[in-house]
Design a protein around this ligand. Structure first.
Ligand code: TXA
Ligand code: MG
Length: 344
């Protein structure tokens, strides 16, 4: 299959591109499109044949449910059994935006493979003009996971989608680089207090300001049978080819690590604040200035993918604190590293 990439933005006449995307989706095909978090691979969420094509293109396990994207608030009640009061508050506050709300689904309306056999469904209204324009023109809900091959870092640029899915999907709407760079917060409001199944751009602190107590399970709580989980979080994620090791954000520690690894003949890629530039890594990918977590989340997946273009045999990634969006960054970094720390 030929994969076409089409630029869409305010300054271009994008009507034709949208029309083509809408046609494809109406005909049961998949289309990749940008959101404010990462690129999504979308299909009509009411068409099971179409949704299955997403799983096929990504190589995604079929027990991993998809998020349903909508262009208007009114659509939520079409698919949700009853909308809890706190969900109303959250949607009023954070939509459009990087918050996916898990609620009880009405039976028989969404394609079976969207929910992967669960009775709940995650809904989100993305805060990106291309995504919103597409959804509002289509007038249907769109099931969309991140548009990467399963296991790889999520795509933050159209070129990343092309790298992973060229030949397996017909169309990529190219809206440039996404802003936030890591996936939405997934919040389960079917339990009390609500549980964050995946931390993201809408932080625990921001949620608690609106609805009070919210649980972000610790690593040991995550292992408990009784803790609600996102089925997808058990799989390998965000992994470049070379092994990733986490390392304290301390120049002396990183410098020692580099020296030691060099004596072992390793080629080192370093992801770290800009001030770590001169520590002698073979390849250096700066996150931005130390403590700029927004920049770190924007760049993280692009940097992890860029490591695959180098000869690095090992990737060192410095860490950050878990306040604010740091919780989401550390969640992704730990998964990319498979929990490995250098020297710990
Ligand atoms: O920012 C995002 O959320 C992006 C963009 C494209 O919207 N999408 C995204 O989708 O990251 P995906 O499929 O890569 O991640 C969805 C996560 C998975 O871990 C999945 O298991 C979980 O959300 N999830 C989806 N529906 C769920 C449900 N009903 N209950 C629990 N977890 C659910
Ligand atoms: Mg994903």
């Amino acid at each position: 299959m030929e994969t076409i990439r089409m630029l869409v933005d305010n300054n271009l006449n994008s009507e034709k591109s949208y029309a083509q995307a809408v046609d494809l989706l109406n005909n049961g095909e998949v289309v990749a499109f940008p959101t404010e978090t990462v690129y999504g691979l979308g299909a009509d969420a009411t068409n099971d044949v179409a949704v299955k094509k997403i799983f096929e293109a990504k190589g995604r396990p079929s027990d991993n449910p998809l998020i349903v994207h909508i262009g208007t608030r009114e659509e939520v009640s079409n698919y949700i059994e009853e909308i809890p009061e706190i969900a109303v508050k959250l949607m009023d506050t954070f939509w459009p935006g990087p918050l996916t709300v898990i609620m009880k689904a009405k039976k028989g309306l969404l394609a079976k493979s969207v929910t992967a056999g669960l009775t709940t469904v995650g809904m989100r209204m993305p805060d990106h003009e291309v995504a919103l324009e597409l959804l509002r023109k289509l007038k249907k809900p769109v099931a969309a996971p991140s548009a990467n091959r399963s296991g790889k870092p999520s795509p933050t640029k159209a070129i990343h989608v092309e790298e992973d899915l060229k030949g397996s999907i017909p169309l990529i709407l190219d809206g440039g680089a996404t802003g936030i760079g890591i996936e939405s917060t997934v919040l389960d409001v079917t339990v009390n207090p609500p549980v964050i199944l995946r931390p993201g751009g809408v932080t625990k602190e921001m949620l608690e300001e609106v609805i009070g107590d919210v649980i972000l399970p610790t690593k040991s709580q995550e292992k408990l049978e009784s803790t609600p989980k996102a089925p997808g979080m058990k799989y390998t994620h965000y992994a470049p080819n070379a092994p990733v090791y986490l390392v304290e954000s301390n120049p002396a520690v990183v410098s020692d690590a580099i020296k030691r690894l060099k004596t072992e003949g390793q080629k080192i890629a370093l992801l770290a604040p800009i001030s770590f530039e001169k520590l002698g890594a073979d390849y250096f990918f700066p996150y931005g200035v130390e403590g700029d977590k927004e920049m770190m989340s924007t760049k993280l997946y692009d940097d992890l993918r860029a490591c695959d273009k180098t000869e690095a045999t090992i990737i060192l990634a410095t860490t950050t604190t878990t306040e604010g969006v740091g919780a989401a960054i550390m969640n992704r970094l730990e998964k990319a590293a498979g929990g490995k720390w250098y020297n710990k």
